[in-house]
Design a protein around this ligand. Structure first.
Ligand SMILES: [Zn+2]
Length: 145
């Protein structure tokens, strides 16, 4: 006895692989012919829906459309790079503006601030209320400012 295939839905037995494929579909994920007509209503409706799906797939994978997708992706990359450069430029401009608004401190000012910070960090800050008082306290201790 040759090989045979039995459908566990309708119990039909197929003795040729070709007939079995027609009933079962191209692989195990397809709906068998006996279930198609039950589950999908009229077979013609099912076929028409498949035709629509196939047409949509063909349109979406058309060469021109794929080229358009590719161009769109490239354009988005360019936009993103431009945005990032714009952001960097904005940050750079804000920094330059901050330098104008708040000019760098002079070496003399830096010396006073460092000494005052050192004084505060040494724990001798409790009676002081601002930088001027810290400078005065340092001068009183003989620091050269
Ligand atoms: Zn069947």
């Amino acid at each position: 006895m040759g090989k045979q295939w039995r459908c566990f839905h309708c119990d039909a037995v197929f003795r040729s692989e070709r007939q079995a494929r027609i009933h079962f579909g191209i692989d195990q994920y397809q709906m068998p012919a006996c279930k198609l007509s039950q589950a999908e209503g009229h077979l013609i409706d099912y076929i028409r829906r498949l035709e629509v799906d196939l047409e949509l797939f063909r349109r979406e994978s058309h060469e021109i459309l794929l080229a358009a997708y590719s161009t769109e992706i490239a354009a988005r990359s360019i936009e993103r790079i431009a945005e990032e450069r714009g952001y960097d430029k904005g940050v750079s401009e804000a920094y330059q503006q901050a330098l104008k608004d708040f000019p760098p401190i002079s070496p003399e000012q830096r010396k006073v601030i460092d000494a005052a910070v050192g004084y505060v960090n040494s724990g001798s800050w409790r009676d002081l209320h601002n930088l001027d008082e810290a400078v005065a306290a340092l001068k009183a201790e003989g620091e050269k400012l």
